[in-house]
Design a protein around this ligand. Structure first.
Ligand code: ADP
Ligand code: MG
Length: 704
C-alpha cells in the first residue's frame, strides 16, 4: 500500500544534519529536550532573557548590582583546600581594577578550559567576600569576535540538562545552534496568519518574530516577538475549539425540550424551598434555552461551593421529565451520590417522580429491578456513581445527563455515558472547583459555560484564621464553646497517599487526642481505609448529630452537606493545595450560624505554603482563589489539565497571558461568525493551519 504522501519541508530535516550537531548530540537533544527536527529546534524557545546590553568596568562594581558582565584577563589561578572540598579562585583584571572569581564545583572542568592571560567575558552576580568583590560560578566566554556578538545584548537562556552540557550544549551552545539554524532556514519561514490579521493587529511578521525570539535585537522587538507568537498560539487554540463547537452545533442534533409543564410548575409553585437567587434563575434560563434549541447541550455550570447548584440541577431534570425524558445524575463518590439522592428524594417527596440510586455497593437484586425500570422507562431519575456507566445500565429515553464535580471523571467515562442515548442526551457538567477564566476558556473552550456568581441570601461569611500548632489548646477551648452552643466540627488531617503510614498514624493519634480533649462529645473518624459501609454509617451519625466531631481526611472534601457543622479545623494545612483547602472550608458556612475555618500549621513552613494560607485567610471567593492557585502553581498541576493538552503551550502562559487569550478568542469567534467553515480566500491560511494542527493533536477537546 502506498504511504500517504506528506510534503517534506526543510523544517522536517532531522536535527542531526544541522551543522554543529552530528549524531551524538542529536540523540541527546532528542532524548532530553524532545528536539528531533529543525522545526523542533526552531520552536524551542528561551525560557528567559538576561540583559547583557552593558559591559561594566570593574571599578563600577558594587555588591548591590544584579547580574552584570565584565571583560578582562585572567591573571592568576589557584586551587586550594582538601580534595573533597576544593575551591578555585581566579583573578580577573581590566584596565580599572581586579575582582575575584570563585568556584566550588566543577573545578576540574573549569580549570582545564581556562587559559591564563586570555581575555574573557564574565557574567554573574557580584558579592563581597572577605572585603573583595567576588563572583562565584560566573558564566564565562572567551572574548572572541563571535562570542562578543553572541553575548552582547539581550541574551536568551535555554533550559538544558547535565547530559547536554557534557556535550557542549549549555545554554550558549544551544543558542549557537539556533543561530546556525536561523541563518539556514530563515528564508523558508512563511507567514501563518492571514495578511489582514497581521496588518489589523499590527503583529510582527512570523519570520521576524522567530528571529527575535532567539536573537532579540532590543527589548521592544523581543516584546513584539513574544506577543506575536503567544497570540498565534492562543488564537489557533481558540479557533480550533470554537470551530469544533460550531461544527457540533450544526451537525449534532439534540432532543428538543419544547415545554415547561406540570412537573416544573408544580414544584416551582408548591415545593420550592426558597426563592431562587437571580444567578440561579439566569442559569436555568440559559440551560432551558439550550435544551429547547434543537442542538445538543454541552454546558459547564460553575458555581462556588454552596452556591446552590443542586437546586438548578433539580429544576433542569424536571424540565426533561416534563418533556417525557429520563435523567441521570452522576457523582464521583458514593457518599456524594447518596447525598444527592437523599436531597432529591426529599425535595420530590410529594411529587409523583420515580427516582433511584445506583452505586457499586447496591445489592444485585435491587439493581436488577432498577435496571428494568430504567429500560422500560418507568424510572425517571437515577442518581449514582460511575456504576451508571456500566453497559448493562440501559435507558428507554435518556434526555439529560448531569455530572457533578466533573474533574473526577475521565473523558472516556463521560463519553460512555452520553452514548447511552441517540441522539446524545443533553449534558450539564457541574463543578464546585471554580476554574480560572483562562483555564475555562481552554479546557472548556468548546462548550458553553454558565456561572452562578451569587450566594443564597443570609449566609454569614466564614471566618478563616491561621494558628500555629503551639496554640492547639487555645483552639480546642474555642471549639468546645461552639460545641456547647450545639454546633458540630470537622477536624481534617492530610492523607496524601493511601500507603503513607505516617499520615494514618497522625490521623489516629489526633483522633485519640481529640477524644481525650472532648470527653463530653462523641467523636467519629472516616478515612480512605475505613470500609465504605462503616464510613457511611459514621457520616450518617454525623448528619444526625449523634457524632459532634468528625475526624477525617479529604474523603469528605467534596459536596458533603451538614449545615449544623460550623467549624472546620485543618491540621497540617501547609500540606494541602489551595483548591483543596477551599473545598474543605466549603463544608462549613452552610447555615445561618457563624462558621469558622482554622488552618493549623507548624511554625516552619515553605514560602508557597505561607502564600496559600494567607490567600485563604484573605478571601472566601473561590474564583479569586482559583486565579491565585493558577498563578502559584501554573496550569500544569491544576485539576484536569493533564489530560487536556493545555500543557502543549510552547510560549503562552495561562496565568500571565489572560488578556492575549481573551483577545485571541474574540477574534477567532468574529472570524468564525463571518466564515464558519473558513472557506473564503482570505482565510485560506487559517484553514490550512488548522488542518495541520488538527493532525498533530489528539482530539482532547471534547468534554462529553
Ligand atoms: P453546591 O452549589 O455547593 O452544590 P448546594 O446545592 O448543596 O450547593 O446548596 C447549598 C445550600 O444552599 C443547600 O443547603 C441548599 O438547600 C441551599 N440553597 C440553594 N439555593 C438556595 C436559595 N436560592 N436560597 C437559599 N438557600 C439555598
Ligand atoms: Mg454540590
Amino acid at each position: 500500500m502506498p504511504l500517504p504522501t506528506k510534503s517534506i519541508s526543510v523544517f522536517d530535516t532531522p536535527i542531526e544534519y544541522l551543522k554543529g550537531v552530528g549524531s551524538q548530540r542529536a540523540v541527546a537533544l532528542g532524548k532530553d529536550l524532545n528536539i528531533h527536527t529543525f522545526k523542533d529546534l526552531l520552536y524551542f524557545y528561551p525560557f528567559r532573557y538576561v540583559d547583557r546590553t552593558r559591559i561594566y568596568k570593574i571599578k563600577e562594581i558594587n555588591a548591590e548590582l544584579p547580574y552584570i558582565q565584565v571583560c578582562g584577563k585572567i591573571t592568576h589561578v589557584e586551587i586550594t583546600g582538601p580534595k573533597r572540598r576544593q575551591r578555585m579562585e581566579a583573578d580577573l583584571e581590566d584596565d580599572t581594577g581586579r575582582i575575584q572569581l570563585v568556584w566550588f564545583q566543577g573545578i576540574n572542568w573549569v580549570s582545564k578550559k581556562m587559559r591564563p592571560d586570555a581575555a574573557y567575558i564574565v557574567f554573574g552576580k557580584p558579592s563581597v567576600f572577605k572585603g573583595k568583590f567576588t563572583i562565584s560560578h560566573p558564566s564565562m566566554e572567551e572574548m572572541t569576535k563571535e562570542n562578543l556578538e553572541i553575548v552582547k545584548g539581550l541574551q536568551p537562556v535555554y533550559s538544558t540538562t547535565e547530559m547536554l552540557k557534557s556535550k557542549g550544549l549549555e545554554s550558549n551552545g544551544i543558542l549557537r545552534l539556533e543561530r546556525e539554524l536561523l541563518s539556514k532556514i530563515e528564508d523558508e519561514i512563511t507567514e501563518t496568519l492571514p495578511t489582514y490579521m497581521v496588518e489589523k493587529l499590527r503583529l510582527m511578521p512570523r519570520k521576524e518574530a522567530l528571529k527575535n525570539i532567539h536573537l532579540p535585537t532590543s527589548i521592544e522587538k523581543l516584546n513584539q516577538a513574544q506577543f506575536r507568537l503567544k497570540f498565534e498560539e492562543l488564537f489557533y487554540m481558540q479557533l480550533r475549539l470554537l470551530r469544533n463547537k460550531t461544527e457540533r452545533e450544526v451537525t449534532v442534533k439534540g432532543f428538543v425540550f419544547s415545554k415547561v409543564d406540570q412537573y416544573v410548575n408544580d414544584f416551582y409553585h408548591r415545593y420550592l424551598p426558597f426563592p431562587l437567587t437571580e444567578a440561579q434563575k439566569r442559569v436555568i434560563r440559559e440551560i432551558r434555552q439550550d435544551m429547547g434549541s434543537g442542538k445538543q447541550m454541552n454546558r459547564l455550570l460553575q458555581g462556588d461551593v454552596g452556591s446552590g447548584k443542586t437546586l438548578v440541577a433539580l429544576l433542569c431534570m424536571l424540565i426533561a421529565i416534563d418533556n417525557g425524558f429520563q435523567c441521570c445524575m452522576m457523582a464521583p463518590t458514593e457518599i456524594l451520590a447518596m447525598q444527592h439522592y437523599a436531597t432529591l428524594k426529599e425535595s420530590l417527596k410529594d411529587m409523583p417522580v420515580r427516582i433511584s440510586l445506583i452505586t457499586g455497593s447496591k445489592k444485585e437484586t435491587e439493581r436488577k429491578i432498577i435496571h428494568e425500570e430504567l429500560e422500560n422507562g418507568q424510572m425517571q431519575i437515577v442518581v449514582g456513581t460511575h456504576a451508571l456507566i456500566e453497559d448493562r445500565v440501559k435507558f428507554s429515553n435518556l434526555g439529560l445527563v448531569i455530572i457533578d464535580e466533573q474533574h473526577r471523571f475521565g473523558v472516556n467515562q463521560r463519553a460512555r455515558l452520553w452514548q447511552k442515548s441517540s441522539p446524545a442526551p443533553h449534558v450539564l457538567v457541574m463543578t464546585a472547583t471554580p476554574i480560572p477564566r483562562t483555564l475555562a476558556m481552554t479546557l472548556y473552550g468548546d462548550i458553553d459555560t454558565s456561572v452562578i456568581d451569587e450566594m443564597p441570601p443570609g449566609r454569614i461569611p466564614i471566618k478563616t484564621v491561621h494558628k500555629y500548632d503551639s496554640k492547639r489548646s487555645e483552639v480546642f477551648s474555642f471549639i468546645k464553646k461552639e460545641l456547647q452552643k450545639g454546633r458540630q466540627a470537622y477536624v481534617i488531617y492530610p492523607f496524601i497517599e493511601e500507603s503513607e503510614n505516617s499520615d494514618i498514624e497522625n490521623l489516629i493519634e489526633g483522633y485519640e487526642e481529640i477524644q481525650k480533649a472532648f470527653p463530653a462529645n462523641t467523636v467519629g473518624m472516616v478515612h480512605g481505609r475505613v470500609k465504605l459501609a462503616e464510613r457511611e454509617r459514621t457520616m450518617a451519625k454525623f448528619v444526625a448529630n449523634q457524632i459532634q466531631i468528625l475526624v477525617a481526611t479529604t474523603v469528605i472534601e467534596v459536596g458533603v452537606n451538614v449545615p449544623n457543622a460550623s467549624i472546620i479545623l485543618i491540621e497540617s494545612a501547609q500540606k494541602f493545595g489551595l483548591s483543596q483547602l477551599h473545598q474543605l472550608r466549603g463544608r462549613v458556612g452552610r447555615s445561618t450560624h457563624q462558621s469558622y475555618c482554622i488552618l493549623m500549621t507548624p511554625y516552619e513552613r515553605g514560602a508557597d505554603a505561607k502564600a496559600r494560607i494567607s490567600i485563604m485567610v484573605a478571601t472566601n471567593d473561590g474564583f479569586e482563589i482559583s486565579e491565585e492557585d493558577l498563578r502559584l502553581r501554573g496550569p500544569g498541576d491544576m485539576m484536569g489539565t493533564q489530560q487536556s493538552g493545555v500543557l502543549d503551550l510552547k510560549i503562552a502562559n495561562l496565568a500571565k497571558d489572560s488578556s492575549i487569550l481573551r483577545q485571541a478568542r474574540i477574534i477567532a469567534s468574529e472570524i468564525l461568525s463571518e466564515d464558519r467553515s473558513l472557506a473564503s480566500e482570505k482565510n485560506h491560511v487559517l484553514a490550512e493551519q488548522l488542518k495541520q494542527i488538527q493532525q498533530e493533536k489528539a482530539d482532547w477537546s471534547r468534554i462529553s
